[in-house]
Design a binder for this molecule. Structure first.
Ligand SMILES: [Zn+2]
Length: 126
């Protein structure tokens, strides 16, 4: 977000805040979410933050607000196996174990690494 758009947004929020304090706009606690009827948490600016639309707001709950602002899909993170450069055979074995004993591949890898560290420490202490 640019400095200008941040400033516009801040001004719009201040305007809403002022309108609620002054009684021109109902406090969020007094209005339901416009989309689902749940507890409203934010005043959404469907027309943007320009001065003309500062007070064109709709009460929304957090979930519905998020739906109104779909975030672009994040780039998929590389898998733990790729990060660790595990050989495919080992990756497959861990994946099988993870399914059986632990919920995730990552958890299984961490447990394995933890066990390995313990073994090494014991060896060093001995
Ligand atoms: Zn809602």
């Amino acid at each position: 977000m640019t400095v200008d758009s941040e400033r516009l947004q801040r001004r719009a929020h201040m305007a809403v805040f002022g309108a609620v304090l002054g009684g021109a706009l109902a406090p969020l606690s007094a209005v339901p979410c416009m989309d689902c009827g749940g507890t409203a948490r934010v005043y959404h600016h469907p027309r943007g933050y320009e001065a003309d639309h500062q007070l064109d707001v709709e009460p929304l709950c957090r979930l519905c607000h998020r739906r109104r602002h779909p975030t672009p899909k994040r780039e998929k993170r590389p898998s733990v196996a790729k990060l660790l450069r595990l050989p495919p055979a080992l990756e497959a074995r861990i994946a099988a174990l993870a399914k059986r004993e632990y919920r995730t591949f990552t958890a299984q890898v961490l447990v394995m690494l933890g066990r390995q560290l313990e073994v090494e420490e014991q060896r060093r202490d001995a």
